[in-house]
Each structure stands twice: as structure tokens, then as C-alpha cells.
Ligand binder design. Structure first.
Ligand SMILES: Nc1ncnc2c1ncn2[C@@H]1O[C@H](COP(=O)(O)OP(=O)(O)OP(=O)(O)O)[C@@H](O)[C@H]1O
Ligand SMILES: [Mg+2]
Length: 442
């Protein structure tokens, strides 16, 4: 399971939740303030109504001919009452009531000022030396409904706010990370051999240090590789001339000395110089192979090159190589020089390490698959796996430095190809086979 997270997703969800939470807190706060203000307005209206009705009620009651007793204020038109009122004397006897008023809502004795019952808000006022009281009642449900509607109205924008915030954050993050994604893709898409600096100048400020660090690392790597390559190349090159001179001198010396003992010694020196010269040649090839340049700018037909190399070997070991060439051209981006070095090393190995009694098969087919195959003892798998390492050799009597397969592998890898080594060879009980498809070079 991976615990890698997406910055875009995290920021989108986190910021949206934050906005929702803040909005809810805002809704609660403004709801409470609105409710408080509404209560004040409602209370003031309640008080105003009581003060307005009271003088009218008192005049009405005092002018009655029948004296005291309850009377219901007639309704001008049929309607539902929102505010109801009772007019009572200080003993609680009803004198007047609005036509919808329910006396059970009010207390048994009238009082002054604001009070609450479970269902109503009541305001009481008195007149005529506290002998006549008016009480106006307003249902609390009405206030609750008003507060609820105000709260819902404040919550409504959340329906739009959530998707808009999610989309907005997603878009903003995507926009801000665009350069970072481009940076990541440019690093991802470059080949393994490309050590040129990455372009980080358009990155957001926070990411700039990454580009700087990557470039510094690439530069150090480039310098280290360059130093290693030029050292190998230079030393191999510098060795060549003095070696050739020494070899020539030793050969001349061999003709001049008379004693057989001395002749043998000189021959040994000549042999040592020869293998030293071969080693320097291989080191030069390895330096070239590892220095890149296995890819050429255009495609080349590799079939004639293969034919030429085999013809070269034919001169040295007549009749040992069986060559099979494709009918059509095999065009590849693999550099012709690099291809020649690679093929030479593979054929040289087959001739040198394979059974001398069996032929070496070199074949190329139309799809670009090259096979070099020889008979001989099987190379054990654990040794086979190590043969591409520099200076790695399996048990063999033949001379060599152990660089041939390292060179071949470096060229193949540099061209994006895979060199397959198999022992026993495909379709045989013994032998060794090297195979690669040159068509895939890029
Ligand atoms: N065609 C082959 N058949 C059998 N063994 C092989 C073959 N090719 C390579 N090997 C084994 O792999 C080892 C490494 O090969 P490689 O070409 O790297 O070095 P080398 O041939 O010994 O020396 P160099 O090529 O540097 O002169 C050889 O020593 C040999 O044991
Ligand atoms: Mg070799």
C-alpha cells in the first residue's frame, strides 16, 4: 500500500472543509445576533401594541352601562389573530378580550412587563392606578420560525460554496503546480545519459531549491563521469605509442640475440607487451562505449557492416564462421562504429572461448535480431550473470582481459538495447549465445 498523497486532493479537501467550518461558525454567530435583534423588534412591537390598545380598552370599559363583565372585542372581519390580548382587573377578572384570545395562555393574575410561558411571549401594562391590566400575547413559535428561516437563508449559499470551493481550490492548485509538473516531466522524460541541467527558472519559489540541488548534483555527476572517462581514454591512448615502440624494439632484439635462453626471455617480454597493447586497446574501446555516442543522428543499414567484419575474421580463421544475413536492410540508430566494436567483441569471444572444433554461427534476421552462437562448455548461471562486469572472466584457458562483454554491454545499454547472454545456446545442449535486437536502438 502506498501512503503517498496528492497535494491537489489534500489542499482541495482541507481548504473546502475549512471554508465550510468557518461559514458554519459565521452562520451561527450571525443567526444569534439576528435572533437577538429580532426579539428586540418583536418585543418593541408587543409593547407598542399594548400601549396603544390600553387607553381604548379603558375608555370602553369605563363607558359601559352594564358595569363590569367580560366582553369580547368584535372582529371587524373574519381573520386569524397573531397577537391576542386580555384586559383584566387586578383580581384577574376578565373585562375585555380579543376575539381569538385564549385565557389559559395567560397567568391567573395579571402582571406588568415582559414574561415568557412555554408557548407565548407576554407583555403586560396597567392603567387607572393599577386596577386595569392589559396583557398582549404573541406565540413564540412565530419567532422561532423567523429565526429558523433566517438561519436557513444563511445556510443556503453553502450548497454553492462547497462545489465552487472544491473546484476553485483544485483549479488554483493545478495552476500553481503546472510548472512543477512540467519540471517533473522534463526530468522523467530525459534519457539516462542526459546530464544537462534541468530548467528550473520558472518554478515557484518554494520549489526552486530542488532544481538548484538537482542541477548541482547533475553537474558533479557529469564532472565525475567525465574525469573517469577521460582518464581511461587518455591513459589508453598514452600507452599505445610507447607500447608499440617497445614491441618493435623487442622484436628487433629477438633477431639479434644468439642464446636460446635469452631468446625465450625476450619472447616472453614480447608476449607481455602484446597483451598490454591489447588491454590498452580494450580500455580505449570501453572508454568510448561508456562515453555515449552509441546512438547516431540518422539510421544506417548495419547488414554490410556485419558482412565486412565477418569477412575480416574469415581472413584470420578461414571456414570457422557460418554467416546468415537477412535479405532486406536492417536500419538502426545504433552508431556504425559502436556496432562494429560490439560485433567484433562478440565474434572474438566465440572464436576464442568456444569449442575450436565447432563453427561459430553469426546471424542477423530481418527484424534486426543479431545472434552470435558457438559450441563448447556451458558457463554456469552464477558466472554468466557476472560476465558483463569489467575484468570478469569465467574459467577459460584463452587469454583475455575480461573487458569484451563489458564493452558490448555498455554499447547496448547506451543505445537503449538489451544484450542477452545464454548458456547453453538456444536449441543446443552446450555452447554460448549472445543476442540483441539492433532495431530498437534509440
Ligand atoms: N562465446 C563465449 N563462449 C564461452 N565463454 C565466453 C564467451 N564469451 C565470453 N565468455 C566468457 O566470458 C568471459 C568474459 O568475456 P569478455 O569478452 O568480457 O572477456 P575476455 O574475452 O576474457 O577478454 P577480452 O575480451 O577483454 O579480451 C570470458 O573470459 C569467457 O570466460
Ligand atoms: Mg572477449
Amino acid at each position: 500500500m502506498t501512503n503517498r498523497t496528492s497535494l491537489q486532493k489534500n489542499l482541495g479537501i482541507g481548504l473546502t472543509l475549512g471554508v465550510i467550518l468557518l461559514w458554519l461558525l459565521g452562520v451561527i454567530a450571525s443567526g444569534l445576533v439576528a435572533q437577538h435583534e429580532m426579539n428586540e423588534v418583536f418585543d418593541s412591537a408587543l409593547e407598542e401594541t399594548a400601549q396603544r390598545i390600553l387607553p381604548l380598552a379603558v375608555t370602553d370599559i369605563l363607558n359601559r352601562e352594564t358595569g363590569t363583565g367580560n366582553q369580547r372585542a368584535p372582529a371587524m372581519k373574519d381573520h386569524d389573530e397573531y397577537l391576542t390580548y386580555l384586559v383584566r382587573d387586578d383580581q384577574g377578572n376578565l373585562l375585555l378580550q380579543s376575539h381569538d384570545a385564549d385565557p389559559r395562555v395567560f397567568g391567573t393574575l395579571p402582571g406588568e412587563g415582559f414574561s415568557n410561558t412555554s408557548t407565548h411571549r407576554i407583555y403586560g401594562a396597567s392603567a387607572v392606578s393599577d386596577t386595569i391590566y392589559i396583557e398582549v400575547a404573541e406565540p413564540l413559535a412565530h419567532r422561532r420560525e423567523a429565526a429558523l428561516e433566517a438561519g436557513l437563508a444563511l445556510l443556503m449559499p453553502l450548497i454553492f460554496l462547497i462545489p465552487v470551493s472544491l473546484l476553485g481550490v483544485w483549479w488554483m492548485v493545478r495552476l500553481s503546480l503546472r510548472k512543477v509538473v512540467e519540471f517533473q516531466q522534463s526530468i522523467e522524460s530525459r534519457g539516462a545519459g542526459d546530464l544537462s541541467p534541468v530548467a528550473g527558472d520558472r518554478l515557484p519559489k518554494e520549489f526552486e531549491p530542488i532544481a538548484v540541488a538537482v542541477n548541482r548534483l547533475l553537474e558533479r555527476l557529469h564532472r565525475a563521469l567525465e574525469a573517469e572517462r577521460s582518464f581511461t581514454a587518455n591513459s589508453a591512448h598514452e600507452l599505445r605509442t610507447p607500447l608499440a615502440t617497445a614491441l618493435a624494439k623487442v622484436q628487433r632484439l629477438k633477431t639479434q640475440v644468439q642464446s636460446d635462453q635469452l631468446k625465450n626471455n625476450v619472447a616472453e617480454i614480447e608476449e607481455a607487451l602484446r597483451s598490454l597493447s591489447m588491454l590498452s586497446g580494450k580500455l580505449l574501446e570501453l572508454a568510448k562505449a561508456e562515453g555515449g555516442g552509441a546512438i547516431s543522428q540518422s539510421r544506417h543499414n548495419l547488414v554490410p557492416i556485419l558482412a565486412m567484419i565477418v569477412a575480416d575474421f574469415e581472413g584470420q580463421v578461414p571456414g570457422r564462421i557460418i554467416l546468415n544475413l537477412p535479405e532486406s536492410e536492417v536500419n538502426s540508430f545504433l552508431d556504425p562504429d559502436a556496432f562494429a566494436i560490439l560485433v567484433r567483441n562478440l565474434i572474438e569471444n566465440a572464436l576464442r572461448h568456444g569449442s575450436h572444433k565447432q563453427p561459430v554461427e553469426v546471424s542477423m534476421v530481418n527484424d534486426g535480431t543479431l545472434r552470435v552462437c558457438n559450441g563448447g562448455n556451458i558457463v554456469p548461471p552464477e558466472q554468466l550473470a557476472l560476465l558483463r562486469n569489467r575484468f570478469a572472466r569465467s574459467k577459460t584457458d584463452a587469454a583475455g582481459s575480461g573487458l569484451g562483454l563489458a564493452i558490448a554491454d555498455a554499447i547496448a545499454t547506451g543505445a537503449g538495447l538489451t544484450l542477452h547472454l545464454r548458456s547453453p545456446a538456444t536449441g543446443r545442449q552446450d555452447g554460448f549465445e549472445a543476442e540483441l535486437n539492433v532495431a530498437g536502438a534509440r
